[in-house]
Design a protein around this ligand. Structure first.
Ligand code: SAH
Ligand code: SF4
Ligand code: F3S
Length: 440
């Protein structure tokens, strides 16, 4: 029987969460999930379209998979996710080795479409839906500490640079009750951290229950389970949400709040719908309501018409906010978006130069912030061995900083410990064990 599935995931956390849904759907239909590409009957790539280089990666991966297809022509190769939605049929026409193309809202049809492919035809499912949330599908998750839950799908913001509203369709929310039930089940299985996901979680809405309500309901399930969330849009982040974070000890004091640019003119062209003044007020307010809250951001360099002055404003807001971390990108024109019709007039070498300045500044700031933590005691959830040595554990603070410390007896994965920080780089804190903590 042809039932071994192997799946690779690219792109954002939502894609990783979707992969678990896809595995859940296929597992329910008699497939086994394989971690090994050799011997797989079906090879699926869950893809990302957000920037051109994300798509290029998939193209070269497909070229590589040609070898497998030549050796074992009966292997079914499928493209899932955002690139499937964006390129649709053309993927099959241009890439002879692709048998199945399925967009983010048609995963329920995968078993049927795979059967079509096993029959020698091409299987395509790329309709977007206004209602699909996969609320009733149990994701296939291995045991672990961290779990993702997509609480909503799609995006209605239409930032002019962004392909996501086209690849993921309209915004819709899962029901609060089913999400809370999932958190309960995860807690019973020993998970210690749940990240609630959406392109803009602040517009979550289940019949009037908003994102703050959802966070609060998830947080009381089990106080020893940390609740994280991403992404917040600066326009929709409410006071109620800030108070909810402050009032619940297990909702992490960490907000990913992408600013994209420091220039109001560019923000307008991006259709981000906020000004820098509004953004800075929001940061101030959050810091008052949630003492010690940390922030990260996304920044794009070289959006159409971006001048040196605009770029300096981006460096300026980074200095004003002092983010703990940032994801930084060169602008990449995406067909179908509004910005695609604007001239991509910032030369690539200028984009790179500006991006490098942004990255350097962020490293300096992260380094400085982390230096101020030397001598403090931080609560850390132990996640496992550190990357570099099995004599050390690594874990994270509530503010999402990685902490490395020498192993001690009676401490293991999933424990909360207090660590005294005695050294720091821009990316990692190093310290020593002080105490083990029980959280009830
Ligand atoms: N919904 C989230 C993130 C979406 S994609 C949000 O609104 O923040 C993640 C990040 O990729 C974006 O925040 C943006 O910084 C970046 N991005 C999106 N489209 C891009 C493009 N065309 N070129 C470069 N970066 C892009
Ligand atoms: Fe894209 Fe903007 Fe939606 Fe984020 S909020 S997914 S950047 S359109
Ligand atoms: Fe990429 Fe789609 Fe996520 S475009 S960033 S995988 S929503």
């Amino acid at each position: 029987m042809k039932n071994k599935i192997y799946i690779e995931t690219y792109g954002c956390q939502m894609n990783f969460a979707d992969t678990e849904l896809v595995q859940g759907i296929l597992h329910n239909n008699g497939y086994t999930i394989s971690k090994d590409i050799d011997g797989a009957d079906v090879i699926l790539l869950n893809t990302c379209s957000v920037r051109d280089n994300a798509e290029q990666k998939i193209h070269s991966r497909l070229d590589h998979l040609k070898g497998i297809k030549n050796k074992r022509p009966e292997t079914v190769i499928g493209i899932l996710g955002c690139m499937a939605e964006r390129l649709r049929k053309s993927l099959i026409e241009e890439k002879k080795i692709v048998d199945v193309v399925v967009g983010p809202d048609e995963y329920r049809r995968l078993p049927e479409l795979l059967d079509v492919a096993f029959g020698g035809e091409k299987g395509i499912g790329v309709k977007l839906s206004r209602t699909e949330t996969y609320d009733d599908i149990a994701p296939y998750r291995e045991d672990g500490l961290n779990a993702w839950i997509s609480v909503m799908r799609g995006c209605d913001k239409f930032c002019t640079f962004c392909v996501v509203p086209f690849t993921r369709g309209r915004e819709r929310s899962r029901s609060l009750d089913s999400i809370v039930l999932e958190v309960k089940q995860l807690s019973e299985r020993g998970f210690k951290e749940v990240t609630l996901l959406g392109q803009n979680v602040n517009s979550y809405n289940d019949n009037g229950k908003d994102f703050a309500d959802l966070l609060a309901s998830c947080a009381i399930v089990d106080r020893s389970v940390r609740i994280r969330f991403t992404t917040s849009h600066p326009q929709d982040l409410s006071d109620k949400l800030l108070y909810t974070i402050a009032e619940n000890p297990n909702i992490c004091n960490y907000i990913h709040l992408p600013v994209q640019s420091g220039s109001d003119r560019i923000l307008r062209l991006m259709n981000r719908t906020y000004t820098i003044e509004h953004y800075l007020n929001l940061i101030d307010k959050a810091r008052k309501i949630i003492p010690g809250v940390s922030f990260s951001t996304d920044i794009i360099s070289g959006f159409p018409t971006e001048t040196m002055e605009d770029h300096l404003m981006t460096l300026d807001i980074m200095q004003k906010v002092r983010y703990d971390g940032a994801y930084m990108f060169k602008y990449s024109p995406r067909e179908g978006t509004k910005a695609y019709n604007m001239k991509d007039d910032v030369p690539d070498e200028v984009k790179s130069k500006r991006l490098n300045e942004i990255i350097e500044l962020q490293q300096t700031i992260s380094h400085e912030i982390n230096q101020t933590l030397i001598g403090t005691e931080e609560i850390v959830l132990v996640e496992g061995n550190s990357k570099k040595s099995d004599k050390f554990f690594a874990g994270r603070t509530d503010t999402n900083k990685v902490v490395v410390f020498p192993k001690v007896d009676n401490v293991g994965e999933g424990d909360y410990v207090t660590i005294k920080i005695n050294r720091a780089t821009s990316a990692t804190l190093f310290g020593e064990f002080v105490d083990k903590i029980n959280i009830f």
